[in-house]
Ligand binder design. Structure first.
Ligand code: HEC
Ligand code: HEC
Ligand code: HEC
Ligand code: HEC
Ligand code: HEC
Ligand code: HEC
Length: 264
């Protein structure tokens, strides 16, 4: 057998007999496992440190409970890569990026003056890394009311949305354009190309709810099924499905949530 075949065979045997945690170690998946409240957090520090400001901590759990991925990553234009956007404080103050909402209207701004002329300075709320900041929104309070899952944030986000625990806004004045309804694309199964590994059921519909179409097409996936083959290894390395799964959506550790189709 070739080395890769031996590896695959080993994986399949392991999948059958060993708990996921142990398997993940064998697979080299044993990165530091973030705590549920840290999962999906992005530290942004292109400029802050150099200007003696604490780095910015952006929390996906809090924002994705309110907005679609598409709204931020397509309409507002955040890169899908930590520190990839390179927004500055000036950009934000001009009403771009974080400032699209953190302007004292949709959400708190850098400085707020109330009707009595009292000024509140909110720098620490964003520039929070390494600081003891008291936040208005507490993760564990939020999670209590949510359908739960094992990995990632420990929240079943799909169910939370389907059951209206969270309402996802997909439009922001000045950034989004009114879009005509797009015909729902086909649901399909993806073959795991391994006899004993359960195939994957991929729901276009469930993904489009959060991601629209533009988050995946054409940059991550071509629009012809099977036109660009990829492997599990690439997914583990943060490509294709792995771009979102592991960093923001439920992690790759959760094999059974993708490999769901009953093996005949
Ligand atoms: C809504 C979130 C948010 C708030 C509130 C905020 N900032 Fe920032 N700020 C950012 C982000 C994001 C960056 C880019 C971070 C980076 O790459 O280092 C940034 C960058 C900076 C930088 C780095 C240099 C530059 O010009 O971009 C400074 C200095 C700064 N902010 C000062 C402040 C001060 C002072 C306040 C309070 C009056 C404040 N910020 C409030 C999000 C925020
Ligand atoms: C409120 C805006 C907002 C929403 C909503 C949002 N994101 Fe993000 N996302 C960001 C920002 C900001 C960054 C960091 C970009 C940077 O540092 O330049 C980011 C980064 C990412 C990254 C890169 C992470 C890394 O560690 O490199 C991925 C992947 C991602 N987002 C996926 C998603 C998915 C999937 C959803 C929906 C479930 C989502 N985002 C919802 C603003 C958002
Ligand atoms: C699409 C709108 C939107 C964008 C873009 C956005 N936010 Fe927010 N953010 C919100 C809303 C709404 C809240 C909830 C405010 C509240 O509870 O008062 C929030 C809350 C927060 C909080 C929590 C404060 C607390 O006390 O719990 C932080 C920190 C934060 N945002 C940082 C950022 C940073 C940093 C960026 C840019 C990288 C950003 N946000 C981009 C809408 C947005
Ligand atoms: C989470 C990522 C994701 C999102 C979001 C998404 N797609 Fe796809 N789409 C895929 C994948 C994966 C394939 C298969 C590509 C492959 O096999 O190379 C695909 C394939 C397709 C195909 C080709 C189907 C075929 O049988 O050849 C069409 C058409 C398509 N998508 C349309 C859409 C439309 C329209 C939307 C928005 C409503 C959308 N997609 C949203 C991931 C996505
Ligand atoms: C653009 C980001 C993105 C990409 C790329 C992506 N997903 Fe997802 N996926 C999500 C989000 C967001 C959810 C909602 C659940 C969550 O956040 O944990 C989700 C949910 C799922 C679910 C759960 C469905 C259910 O019924 O419980 C499966 C299975 C899944 N994805 C498989 C895949 C596969 C397979 C691929 C690659 C072909 C893929 N995803 C690519 C973002 C993405
Ligand atoms: C986000 C969804 C997702 C998760 C989570 C996931 N897989 Fe996969 N897996 C896929 C997709 C999609 C393919 C099909 C790739 C292709 O076309 O060959 C695949 C293929 C495979 C294959 C076939 C060989 C190969 O490289 O393509 C094996 C073995 C495999 N996965 C093992 C695992 C194991 C073990 C885990 C858990 C530690 C896991 N997968 C978690 C989506 C996932």
């Amino acid at each position: 057998m070739k080395k890769s075949q031996v590896l695959k065979a080993t994986i399949i045997i392991l999948v059958c007999i060993i708990p996921v945690f142990v398997l993940a170690e064998t697979f080299g998946l044993k990165k530091k496992r973030p705590k549920p409240h840290e999962f999906g957090n992005v530290v942004i520090n292109n400029f802050s440190g150099k200007k003696d400001m604490a780095p910015v901590v952006f929390k996906h759990w809090l924002h994705r409970a309110k907005y679609s991925c598409r709204l931020c990553h397509v309409d507002i234009g955040f890169a899908m890569q930590a520190m990839g956007t390179q927004m500055t404080e000036r950009d934000n103050n001009e009403g771009m990026y974080c400032g699209a909402c953190h302007n004292g209207k949709v959400a708190f701004g850098p400085k707020e003056i109330d009707s009595n002329g009292k000024t509140t300075v909110n720098c620490d709320k964003c520039h929070s890394q390494g600081k003891d900041v008291v936040f208005k929104n507490d993760f564990y309070e939020f999670r209590k009311g949510m359908p739960q899952e094992r990995f990632g944030n420990g929240i079943d986000w799909l169910k939370a949305e389907e059951k209206d625990y969270v309402k996802i806004i997909d439009f922001l004045e000045g950034f989004s354009i009114k879009r005509s309804g797009i015909k729902e694309p086909e649901e399909f199964d993806i073959s795991a190309s391994e006899k004993n590994m359960p195939d994957i059921i991929f729901s276009h519909k469930k993904h489009a709810k959060w991601n629209g179409c533009e988050l995946c097409h054409p940059e991550i996936f071509g629009v012809k099924k099977g036109s660009q083959p990829y492997t599990m290894e690439e997914i583990f390395n943060g490509k294709y499905c792995g771009l979102c799964h592991d960093s923001v959506a439920f992690p790759n550790l959760d094999c059974q949530r993708c490999h769901t189709k009953v093996v005949m």
